[in-house]
Every structure is written in C-alpha cells, then in structure tokens.
Ligand binder design. Structure first.
Ligand SMILES: C[C@H](O)[C@H](O)[C@H]1CNC2=NC(N)=NC(=O)C2=N1
Length: 97
C-alpha cells in the first residue's frame, strides 16, 4: 500500500496538535528547531531520533550546528505530509519533554 499524504482536514488537525511546529507550504512539510545546552546534548537527542527513524523506516531532513538541531519532516514516498510525519513529530516531542 502506498503511503498517502494527509487530506486538508487531517493536515489542519495535525498542525493544531503540534503548535510548536511550523508548516512549510512549498514542501508540504513541518519543521522545528531545537536548542540544547551544548553539542553533546544536541547529538544525544539526534541519536535518539535516529533510532526512532530506523525503527520506523522514516527519516528526518535535518541539520545540526553545535547546540542547534533543525528538523524538517515530510514523506518523500507520499510527496507531502503523512501520518508518519505526525507520529514522528509526536515522538520527538515526547523525547524532549
Ligand atoms: C525504502 C524506504 O522504505 C523508503 O525510502 C522510506 C525511508 N525513509 C523515509 N523517510 C521519509 N521521510 N520519507 C519517506 O518516504 C521514506 N521512505
């Protein structure tokens, strides 16, 4: 079964439930920046996200500069935002709590 992008209604609900994430209209993606006390903490966070990504076969677009990690989530196989991105954003939120 191919992965489907979210419907407009599903997308609106997802964005409501993820208030700290920005919506990128051009990419049909969500993004958020995280800052940590130092590189070590940022990289530890990335390691935890990476483990989630491998387990769920869903991978972030991201970059890291010292204590900052910028994450963008979209589903390449769906050409836009899917339930996989929402699940990953929720998992990331739980990781940083
Ligand atoms: C073959 C493999 O299952 C796919 O390429 C997976 C891997 N990780 C992925 N990650 C993301 N973000 N989108 C995808 O469509 C995707 N597809």
């Amino acid at each position: 079964m191919p992965i489907e992008a979210l419907t407009d209604e599903e997308r609106a609900d997802a964005l409501d439930s993820l208030p700290d994430w920005d919506y990128d209209d051009g990419r049909d993606a969500i993004s958020r920046s995280f800052t940590f006390p130092d590189f070590s903490a940022a990289f530890a966070f990335m390691t935890r996200v990476a483990l989630y990504a491998e387990k769920h076969d869903h991978h972030p677009e991201w970059s890291n500069v010292w204590n900052r990690v910028d994450i963008l989530l979209t589903t390449h196989d769906a050409g836009g935002l899917s339930h996989r991105d929402v699940a990953m954003a929720e998992a990331i939120e739980a990781l940083v709590e």
